[in-house]
Design a protein around this ligand. Structure first.
Ligand SMILES: Nc1ncnc2c1ncn2[C@@H]1O[C@H](COP(=O)(O)OP(=O)(O)OP(=O)(O)O)[C@@H](O)[C@H]1O
Length: 446
């Protein structure tokens, strides 16, 4: 069964097609305009969109384009009047899977739908296998240093205790990998592990993502939506960047943690859920409580077991096994079984300070191998981020003419933080304690 959106400004066409697909047990949602269709795909994950090209308020191509921009797995089929094949060709160039000429022949429609859904399933299987090769979702937790060994021993010790865990640590230290490892070691292993980044979604969207919504709760809520708490039932919900949750949603979260019940947006009743919450943050939650930005009672609930992952530069014993782990993943991914790094390159990697932690180490290795046609990387071939080219582990204090002005030092620092955050301006601005627009201005981007 798939969720299919049918877009046509002719009521009769979309209901007829809708009935045919419903008879094949698909869940069907209808839209009569580009605007309505876009509002729906913003809120709901569709398996397939079937759209007419000529619509009252615009062109169906706009819908195909916004699906492409989102880069998700939603497939699309366009319907076009006989004789306007050029539009269909354009739609397929934009990523539509297939086209149908109007009036639509029912058998042909059903056949194309089966084909496109099969393709989608295949695509998902490929992504799942690729994700496994990439080290997700069953990524092992590399833990060689004393600090990380201590953490993994603790994870083993609490495997049968369902306590909420709060993981803290700088960006890229492996908070999500640790959360997955906790889930996989726990008795909830056969139920889902669901992760959400609380900093990336606007408040209202996070609300309905977490708690779900009922049909008609707001414009575009054309069907009921279960929410991540529901999806993670009997499993684990990982709330990344929990320090960014708004006060209103903090109150809702607290209620779920206290009562074990979720109330969807627009709903009156609540549903019982059994979810273990693991939260993570790279912010100082105690400080946020102090300044009134985070609820003390919520922190108390989340922080039953606090785990802090130290930055990579404070546990250099992990660097070598991480290098080996990432190279092994790359060998599979790139089909270059001979990939390796020589002793000098290894030394250089172990000595570096890694402001972006394990994520940066992984990126540096991927980039260096991608840009080299040799199988063995030497120290020269190790390419640190463009913005902070190969800085030494401990920078010497510059003297004489090399002394920089305050604004140059500031700019250097901003660039380094942006590099540490993998170019993510939002994350960099947050770490620097300035707004994104200030960051862009200081970098001369606006
Ligand atoms: N101990 C580890 N073992 C294996 N891989 C790791 C480890 N730590 C981090 N990684 C890898 O480093 C990358 C970043 O890890 P992860 O996303 O868990 O970091 P994070 O602390 O959650 O980052 P952020 O604060 O930005 O959310 C991922 O590719 C992950 O697979």
């Amino acid at each position: 069964m798939a969720t299919i959106l049918i877009v046509d400004d002719e009521y009769a066409v979309r209901t007829t097609l809708g009935l045919m697909l419903k008879a094949r047990s698909h869940q069907v949602i209808e839209a009569g305009s580009v605007a309505e269709a876009k509002a729906i795909i913003d809120r709901h994950r569709m398996d397939l969109v079937i759209t007419d090209l000529r619509l009252g308020d615009g062109n169906g191509l706009e819908i195909i384009e916004s699906l492409r921009e989102r880069g998700d797995e939603t497939q699309s089929i366009v319907m076009t009047a006989f004789g306007s094949i050029e539009n269909a060709v354009e739609a397929m160039r934009l990523g539509a899977y297939d086209y149908l000429t109007k009036p639509v022949n029912p058998d042909e429609l059903l056949m194309r739908v089966v084909k496109v859904l099969e393709r989608k399933l295949l695509g998902e299987e490929v992504s799942r296998l690729r994700a496994q090769l990439d080290g997700r979702p069953d990524s092992p937790l590399i833990a060689e240093s004393a600090a990380m060994r201590g953490i993994s021993e603790l994870v083993q010790r609490i495997r049968s205790q369902d306590v909420p865990v709060l993981i803290t640590g700088e960006t890229g230290v492996g908070k999500e990998v640790l959360a997955r490892a906790i889930h996989q070691t726990s008795l909830r292993v056969s139920a889902p592990f669901v992760a959400v980044n609380c900093a990336t979604l606007p408040e209202d969207l996070l609300d309905s993502e977490l708690f779900g919504h009922v049909k008609g709760a707001f414009t575009g809520a054309v069907a009921q939506h279960e929410g991540l708490f529901g999806q993670a039932d009997h499993g684990t919900l990982f709330l990344d960047e929990v320090g960014d949750v708004s006060p209103r949603l903090q109150a809702k979260l607290l209620r779920v943690l206290q009562e074990g019940e979720v109330r969807p947006v627009g709903g009156t009743g609540s549903t019982r859920v059994d979810v273990r919450v693991i939260a993570a943050t790279n912010r100082d939650l105690a400080g946020l409580v102090h300044s009134g930005a985070f609820r003390a009672d919520l922190l108390f609930r989340l922080n039953v077991l606090p785990l802090t992952i130290p930055p990579l530069r404070e546990r250099r014993d992990d660097i070598t096994p991480l290098i080996d782990h990432f190279i092994e993943l790359l060998r599979h991914k790139t089909d270059r079984p001979g990939l390796t790094v020589d002793t000098q390159a290894r030394r250089k990697l172990v000595a570096y300070d890694w402001p972006g932690n394990v994520r940066q180490l992984r990126n540096v290795l991927e980039r260096s191998f991608a840009l080299s046609d040799r199988e063995t990387l030497d120290a020269e071939a190790i390419l640190f981020d463009n913005l902070s080219p190969s800085p030494p582990a401990h920078e010497a204090v510059p003297t004489g003419t090399a002394l920089k002005s305050l604004s140059e030092v500031e700019l250097d620092h901003i660039r380094r933080v942006v590099a540490a955050c993998d170019g993510n301006q939002m994350a960099a601005a947050k770490r620097l304690g300035i707004s994104r627009s200030t960051l862009r201005r200081k970098l001369g981007l606006d």
